[in-house]
Write a protein that binds this ligand. Sequence first.
Ligand code: AMP
Ligand code: MG
Length: 436
Amino acid sequence: MDSPIKRRYLAVIILLLLATIINATLSYRHSRDYHETRFLMDTEVYIEAHGPGARKAVKEALAAMEDLSQRLDSYSATSEIAAINDAAGIKAVHVSQDTFVVIKKALEIARLTGGAFDPTCGPLVNLWGIGPEGNHKPVPSPEEIKKAVQLVNYQRVFLNEEVQTVFLPEKGMRLDLGAIAKGYAVSKAVVILHNHNIQSALVAAGGNIYALGTRPGGGGWRIGIRDPFHPDTEAGYLELVNQAIDTSGDYERYYEEQGLKYNHIFDPRSGYPVTFTASSTVITPDPVAADALATALFVLGAGEGFPLLAKVPDTEGLIITTNGDVLCTPGLQDKFIKNGAPPQQTTGWQTKKLVIEVNGREVQSLVLTGNEKQLHLRVPLKKGEAIVEIDGGRARVLPLPRDICPDGICSRTGWISLPGQSIICLPNRLVVRIIS
Ligand code: AMP
Ligand code: MG
């Protein structure tokens, strides 16, 4: 027979049982969904993972990334990269397996990109001083730049696989893995998540992102691409599954002097910061390649960069030029969603041609590749000459000298970059136009 005391006992036991079940469910769910952010490699590193053991997997992945960041940071006096740089011209330095692998991979990508990505660009980074603290030195002189460029050469890095050493043969040479180290750290994190059997995760080290599997609710991970002109907003987004994506942007580190913007990505051939790319994005399965190729694409521009990406399997690219043109490889045409608007609004790289006419007669024409560097075309006029400057797929007419052309005037003093645009200068009827 039920006594009131017995019933009260029963109620208490049921309540305790319920509390235990709720608690267990909550902690189970807690261990299934976990995310954490840390500040590493001069950027925010974020990992979220879903599935049993998510917490342990994320913690382990972050620890590995932290360890790597200490070994690969050329700004830290105690890193392995600093040891290699300090021994330049003196001796080979033994390094850990990870450091050796990432340098080897960097040299492979340097070869693939013809040196547009060059991990020996340290002397340029130092000279221009566009470092992580945002401080910078005055714009260097052409002589200083020339001297630094002579020290940049990925072909002069000597690796000894057997004893795992790295040697820079000339004093002043410096490795800088700033354009590949984050990608390598992301790839390490992904391996660890896989080892923990995580099927759904997102790893982001600044712009270096890997989308592992699908989102918990299904479907690809939505990855926004920043608008380089308003970095707090997105230019568009993509949905990715088991792909890496990386964006190099001129908004990351830069300074302005006399109206010119000097950003942190250099053309190793000229020694100057690249001026025609605002951001470059690469999508490919390997995070290391995504990082290094995004930097190379920034340097090469669409004209040279897109044909190069076409040779790398399963790889796409997107460029936003400093003129605001959004260009992408054909495979991204339907996948890049511009600011909520329907896709298909971007264009692949169009072949553009620059045509110059004087007095109604074509005097010169030239296919624009997007990779021209301050090219000056001299155009003979009835009296004297005009100079047409071409830089990164765009053109302008330099001010006509007053002594040659006393009442010379042009319809536009700035750049033209799109098919259909033109500059007309009078009285010589000099016409500079871009056609597709
Ligand atoms: P990212 O943001 O991945 O494009 O990396 C930019 C960083 O890579 C810079 O801050 C420099 O440390 C370094 N860097 C700049 N230009 C180059 C280049 N052409 N090749 C390789 N590394 C570069
Ligand atoms: Mg990079």
